[in-house]
Design a protein around this ligand. Structure first.
Ligand code: DGP
Length: 140
């Protein structure tokens, strides 16, 4: 996706209107147009990157700086008793808009939201094998 075709770039620049919760020189937060719960907010960098995979660390840092205050504000404003902070990366994860964004989704007991969390387990040696693979990739 070219940045000039990107809907969230257009939201960041103001070309497409949005309900802006927060704006700094580098990031914008706005209400999700299809909220999973009232107050469902998206936090994005103004500069275009597709996902966490191609985002410069400095961009992720800018998002992280705003995250705690934004989370607290959304919870106070909505009276939520919980919050999901979610970042979909890639089509397989459900990512539909290919401009990095972090979902902040207010939650309440019994709100009926959620997804299947089919927790598995590791058989003997599998955790260690996985560990060495991931750590190996970190070192490369
Ligand atoms: P994801 O599946 O993680 O890529 O989520 C994309 C979200 O973006 C989805 O919850 C709906 C929201 N969205 C898509 N287009 C627009 C838009 O034009 N305006 C706003 N405010 N939100 C949008």
């Amino acid at each position: 996706m070219n940045a000039s075709d990107c809907i969230f770039c257009k939201i960041a620049s103001g070309e497409i209107p949005s309900h802006r919760v927060l704006e700094t020189g580098d990031v914008v937060a706005f209400l999700d147009v299809s909220p999973l719960a009232p107050g469902h907010t998206l936090l994005i960098p103004k500069s275009h990157c597709e996902s966490i995979l191609d985002a410069p660390a400095a961009v992720v840092r800018l998002l992280s700086v705003e995250l705690p205050g934004l989370a607290r504000s959304i919870m106070r404003a909505t009276g939520a008793t919980g919050l999901n902070v979610l970042q979909n990366t890639g089509r397989s994860s459900g990512q539909a808009v290919f401009h990095l964004h972090i979902h902040l989704i207010p939650r309440r007991d019994g709100d009926g939201l959620g997804y299947r969390w089919n927790a598995g387990s590791y058989a003997g040696g599998e955790a260690e094998a996985m560990l060495s693979k991931i750590v190996g990739e970190l070192r490369d």
